[in-house]
Write a new protein. Structure first.
Length: 411
């Protein structure tokens, strides 16, 4: 049994490694082509039907790139397609969703305090929501509403905000933000698989048959590619959020996620404007910083009525002397040590998560910052509150950490 557990752990690591690697390839090529497209220049020497060109230098050599809005007069013998970066990123991401959130639904997907779902119900909602995202988005893009790009982007943002709130009403905070990222990434990858690539194949088929391709296919593909460009950074944030409880395990997690999409727009607007040589909109960085500060404030806003938190990096904190340390030891040993033990007692866990052991007072004092962040300031732990840690117990953890930060004095 132990050998299978070890093997499964390596399967998860391999899937995560593949997902990160292919995501880097997809994002890198996407950002490169957006920058290239925006930097194209018209010159008198351009061939017929060419839209623009760009000279670049890299790796000791020079590159001369030309773009055709529809297609060149003759199809090149060697044509490179960019598609598997997107497909493999989504497939490996779905594999991670299956391995971690579907097979570990009771720990990571379901929170009975939010919605008392069975594993089957939770997984069905997850799959249905991903399918709904693409269908709704695609129908809107193809409708008359989608004829106006600005209106379309606003409509898409409203859908994303609604999904952010909706996910937090059925899944754990960690799973809710992860699913919002998967929801958005599904739209992005489906844009490539269902729209961009088929449209390019139509153009290639027309060229081979000697027909003049219809420019509408390139226009549609460009619209979807632009959407992907603005959605990339929020997806990265949401995929990383499961490592930071101040993002996913707070009361306003859905609002934080909604604001992250705005940051994605402001950051990409600066880069896109620079690449298009249309100025240097420094105001975007100011707006981004303001939004980020609002997010940081929202992450602890529900705690504002409680005593001020101690600094997280104080060099001389004596946690073992903090107010109520003995009570905290009792809470942690009762609510956390069934998993965070040298030999975990919780079924399906065979070693302490992240190597954190919380069995003795000394071990608990050594992990004070993590305990405070994960179980005091936020509700990240216990996952799905499986051991039923109560709010007064979380208050005790906060008071202990705060008093330790004040030299062990009562707060």
């Amino acid at each position: 049994m132990y050998d299978w557990v070890v093997l499964w752990e390596w399967v998860e690591l391999a899937a995560r490694w593949l997902h990160v690697t292919t995501a880097m390839a997809w994002i890198g090529s996407s950002f490169y082509f957006i920058a290239l497209d925006l930097g194209l220049r018209k010159t008198p020497s351009l061939p017929a039907l060419a839209h623009g060109e760009e000279w670049q230098v890299h790796g000791g050599g020079f590159y001369h790139i030309q773009k055709y809005l529809v297609a060149p007069e003759m199809l090149p013998e060697h044509l490179t397609w960019f598609k598997w970066e997107s497909y493999t990123t989504w497939l490996s991401g779905f594999a991670m969703l299956f391995l971690v959130y579907y097979l570990g639904a009771n720990l990571y997907l379901i929170d009975p305090a939010i919605a008392d779902l069975s594993q089957t119900q939770a997984i069905a909602i997850s799959l249905a929501s991903l399918a709904f995202g693409w269908i709704a988005y695609d129908l809107i893009c193809k409708s008359r509403f989608g004829d106006d790009n600005t209106r379309l982007m606003i409509g898409l943002y409203i859908i994303l905000v609604g999904m952010a709130w909706g996910y937090t009403q059925v899944f754990s905070g960690r799973a809710a933000l992860l699913h919002l990222g998967a929801f958005t990434a599904t739209i992005m990858s489906a844009n490539v698989f269902m729209i961009i690539m088929p449209n390019q194949r139509i153009v290639v088929a027309d060229l081979k048959a000697g027909r003049t391709p219809d420019p509408k296919y390139g226009k549609i593909a460009k619209q979807r590619s632009t959407h992907n460009n603005y959605l990339t950074l929020p997806v990265l944030f949401l995929m990383l959020s499961n490592h930071y409880p101040l993002v996913f395990a707070t009361e306003y997690n859905w609002l934080i996620a909604s604001l992250v999409f705005l940051m994605g727009v402001t950051i990409r607007h600066w880069f896109n404007t620079k690449h298009a040589r249309k100025g240097n909109p420094h105001w975007t960085w100011f707006v981004t910083a303001i939004i980020f500060l609002i997010i940081a404030w929202l992450s602890t806003a529900p705690m504002r009525h409680r005593p001020e938190e101690a600094a997280l990096n104080g060099p001389s904190l004596t946690y073992a002397s903090g107010q109520g340390f003995d009570e905290v030891v009792s809470i942690v040993q009762g609510r956390c040590s069934m998993c965070h033990a040298a030999e975990p007692a919780y079924e399906g866990i065979y070693w302490p998560p992240k190597g954190v052991v919380l069995e003795t007072p000394a071990q608990i004092a050594a992990e004070a910052k993590r305990i405070y962040m994960q179980a005091g300031l936020t509700h990240a732990m216990p996952p799905a509150n499986l051991s039923y840690m109560e709010d007064p117990e979380r208050d005790t953890i906060r008071r202990w950490f705060q008093s330790a930060g004040q030299g062990g004095q009562s707060s």
